[in-house]
Design a protein around this ligand. Structure first.
Ligand code: HEC
Ligand code: HEC
Ligand code: HEC
Ligand code: HEC
Ligand code: HEC
Length: 187
C-alpha cells in the first residue's frame, strides 16, 4: 500500500511540474518560420523600427513584408531549413503568415505612435527583451494588464529632452497629464 501511495504522490508531483512548465491555460503561438530576433538585432544591428516600420506613425507596429526579408535573404546563403523557407516565400512572392502574440481585447484602444514617437517609451518597456530571443516567443514575454497601463499613466513624468527639446506639437502634448480616464482607453 505504502509503495502505491508513493507512486501516486510522485505521479502527481510530475503532473503538476509539467502543468507549471507548460503554463497550463495560456495559449501558445507557433510561427511558420523560427525567426531569431537575436541574430538580426544583436548581430546584424538592425533597429526594431527597420522591420516594424509602422510603429512610429500608426496605431499598429506591423510585421515586416516578405520583400524586406528577401532583400537580404536572396543573397544570404540558405544554410538551414528555416532560411530555405524564407527564400521559398521570397521567390513565390507570398507573405509569411505570422501570427499575433500580443493582443488586447477589442474594447481597448492602443496606439504605438503615441507611445513610441511622442512619449519615446522604449519597445522593451512593454515587450521585454525581444533582442535576446533566438526563436519566436510562444507567449508574451511581458503581459500588459489594465493596471500596468494606468500605473505608468499615473506616475509618468515627461523627460526634459521632450518638454524642452521637442518640436512644437510634441512640447504641447508634453507637459499635460497623461489621461487615466476610462474613455481614453475604452472607446
Ligand atoms: C539586413 C539583412 C537581413 C534582413 C532584413 C533579414 N535577415 Fe535573416 N539573416 C540575415 C543574415 C546575414 C543571416 C545569417 C546570420 C548567420 O549566419 O549568422 C540571417 C539569418 C536568418 C535565419 C537563420 C537563423 C539561424 O540561426 O538559423 C532566419 C530564419 C532568418 N534570417 C529569417 C529572416 C526573416 C523571416 C526576415 C524578415 C522578417 C529576415 N531574416 C530579415 C540577414 C537578414
Ligand atoms: C529583421 C526584422 C526584425 C527586427 C529587426 C525586429 N523584429 Fe520584431 N518581429 C519580426 C518578425 C518576423 C516577427 C514575427 C515572428 C516572431 O514573433 O518572432 C516579429 C515579432 C515581434 C513581436 C511580436 C508581435 C506580435 O505578434 O505580437 C514583437 C513585440 C517584436 N517583434 C518586437 C521587436 C522589438 C522590440 C525589436 C527590436 C529590439 C524587434 N522586434 C526587431 C521581425 C523583426
Ligand atoms: C506602451 C507599451 C508599448 C510600447 C512602448 C510598444 N508596444 Fe508594441 N504592443 C503593445 C500592445 C499593448 C500591443 C497589442 C496591441 C493590440 O492588440 O491592439 C502591441 C503589439 C505589438 C505588435 C503586434 C501587433 C502590431 O501592432 O503589429 C508588434 C509587432 C509590436 N507591438 C512591436 C513594437 C515595437 C517594435 C515597439 C517599439 C518601436 C513597440 N511595439 C512598442 C504595447 C507597446
Ligand atoms: C511606460 C509608460 C506607459 C505605458 C506602460 C502605457 N502608456 Fe499609454 N501613454 C503613455 C504616455 C507618456 C502617453 C502620452 C503621450 C501623448 O500625450 O501623446 C500615453 C498616452 C496614451 C493614450 C492617449 C491618451 C491621451 O491622453 O490622449 C492612450 C489611449 C494610451 N496611452 C493607452 C495605453 C494602454 C491601453 C496601455 C497598456 C496596454 C498603455 N497606454 C501603456 C505612457 C504609457
Ligand atoms: C490606460 C488605459 C486604461 C484605462 C485608463 C482604463 N482601462 Fe480598463 N482596461 C485596459 C486594458 C489594457 C484592459 C485589458 C486588460 C487585459 O486584457 O488583461 C482593460 C480591461 C477593462 C475591463 C475588462 C475586465 C478585464 O479584466 O478584462 C473593464 C470592465 C475595464 N477595463 C474598465 C475600466 C474602467 C471602468 C476604467 C476607468 C475607471 C478603465 N477601465 C480605465 C486599459 C485601461
Amino acid at each position: 500500500m505504502k509503495k502505491w501511495a508513493g507512486m501516486i504522490g510522485l505521479t502527481l508531483v510530475a503532473l503538476l511540474a509539467w502543468a507549471y512548465l507548460a503554463r497550463w491555460g495560456e495559449p501558445s503561438v507557433d510561427q511558420p518560420i523560427a525567426f531569431p530576433h537575436k541574430t538580426h538585432v544583436q548581430q546584424l544591428k538592425l533597429n526594431c523600427t527597420n522591420c516594424h516600420q509602422r510603429a512610429e506613425k500608426d496605431a499598429a507596429a506591423g510585421r515586416p513584408p516578405t520583400a524586406l526579408c528577401f532583400a537580404c535573404h536572396a543573397a544570404v546563403e540558405a544554410k538551414n531549413d528555416e532560411m530555405k523557407k524564407v527564400r521559398a516565400f521570397g521567390e513565390s512572392g507570398k507573405e509569411i503568415p505570422w501570427r499575433r502574440v500580443w493582443r488586447l481585447p477589442a474594447h481597448v484602444f492602443f496606439s504605438h505612435r503615441t507611445h513610441v514617437t511622442v512619449a519615446k517609451v522604449r519597445c522593451q518597456t512593454c515587450h521585454g527583451p525581444m533582442e535576446t530571443l533566438d526563436r519566436p516567443p510562444a507567449r508574451p514575454l511581458r503581459k500588459l494588464a489594465m493596471d500596468d497601463c494606468i500605473g505608468c499613466h499615473e506616475k509618468w513624468e515627461w523627460p526634459k529632452e521632450i518638454t524642452e527639446g521637442g518640436t512644437e506639437p510634441v512640447r504641447v502634448a508634453a507637459g499635460r497629464r497623461v489621461s487615466t480616464d476610462c474613455y481614453a482607453c475604452h472607446r
